[in-house]
Design a protein around this ligand. Structure first.
Ligand code: DP6
Length: 323
């Protein structure tokens, strides 16, 4: 086969990855936990094209050049080395959600591309091997390979750093309601941000407690204990943003409406609603709640000034081939 199409979902980190021990291999300084987001898809078609002199990338109908292309070529070089092929690829990808707005579009994109490109070369990688490969494209992409609720084992080298699922999507109907307050691309990429993490005096403190938070988060998900999940998810997200804000130079991803949503979520929770919030490297707020609260949460979020749109997702499955 020399052409393949794969689909993957983005993921929302419930315990965050922030900082690399090896930036080239995307080996993280801590493990992380996430949930895949069903319905938000990255679809990637990869074909081997013997007549091409250089890899080509079309994203959402537009040809990508510059840094975006360089990053994909570096990744495809790894695929070529793994498969023992020399031909160039044509990659045609599309996301059905806004790119670069803190919704981990690169995670879904590299998970889908890992599967599409290796399949196009005739390889059939197992899940762990695919997760490791996706990690080389974007760290968090390794978590979009397995399905449902996923943990990225930080590992110490390329072989030991990959993600596995610890509960399938059907385990718990937890929803992620993404309050979009801006669809603009982020000013500082997470790749650059990871390099700054160790310049914050707070990073050490964040890392000291992370094993314990990973355990609490995993247990809360397995027990479907929303209150316990809310506590650890919000604390972990705010710890990461505290590190970002105290790096040199500092990184502020929040917009005024980000804080308005955070305050509203705390208010609703104090009034008894099971909701909590987490934010990745962007201004949009991911509001988690059990499925039966979905309609209520969306309605409330739409009423917060500055919220332009709300996207909702249930737990999603693994990266898969489209036949
Ligand atoms: C804040 O995986 O996007 O979303 O490896 O440089 O592509 P690269 O970084 P990326 O970083 C994700 C950062 C985060 C937290 C998380 O998803 O765990």
């Amino acid at each position: 086969m020399s052409v393949a199409v794969a689909v993957a979902f983005p993921n929302i980190a419930l315990i965050k990855y922030w900082g690399d021990r090896d930036a080239d291999l995307h080996l993280p300084v801590n493990g992380s936990i996430s949930m895949n987001l069903a319905g938000l898809t990255a679809r990637s078609q990869a074909s081997l094209e013997p007549h091409l002199a250089q890899d080509e990338l079309i994203l959402n109908g537009e040809r990508v050049e510059g840094d975006g292309l360089v990053r994909v070529i570096a990744f495809l070089d790894r695929v070529r080395a793994l498969a023992g092929v020399e031909e160039r690829f044509r990659v045609v990808s599309a996301n059905n959600f806004p790119t670069a707005a803190g919704i981990a579009s690169s995670a879904a994109a590299f998970a889908a591309l890992s599967l599409a490109a290796t399949t196009a070369c005739g390889l059939r990688l197992g899940e762990a091997e695919l997760s490791r490969l996706a990690r080389l494209g974007s760290g968090s992409a390794c978590r979009s390979v397995p399905g449902g609720f996923v943990e990225w084992h930080m590992g110490v080298d390329h072989a030991s750093s990959y993600a596995t699922s610890f509960a399938p999507p059907e385990h718990w109907d937890l929803r992620d309601h993404i309050a979009l307050v801006s669809e603009a691309g982020k000013a500082v990429s997470s790749r650059q941000g990871h390099l700054l993490a160790s310049s914050s005096p707070l990073q050490e403190g964040r890392l000291l407690g992370v094993t314990e938070r990973l355990g609490r988060c995993r247990s809360a998900i397995l027990a479907k204990d929303f209150a316990a999940l809310a506590e650890v998810v919000e604390q972990d997200s705010l710890l990461m943003h505290a590190v970002m804000m105290t790096s040199s130079p500092p990184l502020f991803y929040w917009a005024p409406a980000t804080l308005r949503v955070l305050s509203a979520v705390r208010q609703w929770r104090s009034e008894g609603a099971p909701v909590c919030a987490t934010i990745d490297a962007g201004p949009n707020v991911h509001v988690l709640a059990p499925g039966e609260w979905a309609e209520w949460v969306v309605e409330q979020l739409q009423g917060v000034p500055g919220v332009k749109q709300v996207l909702s997702a249930a737990p999603g499955g693994p990266a898969h081939l489209e036949m």
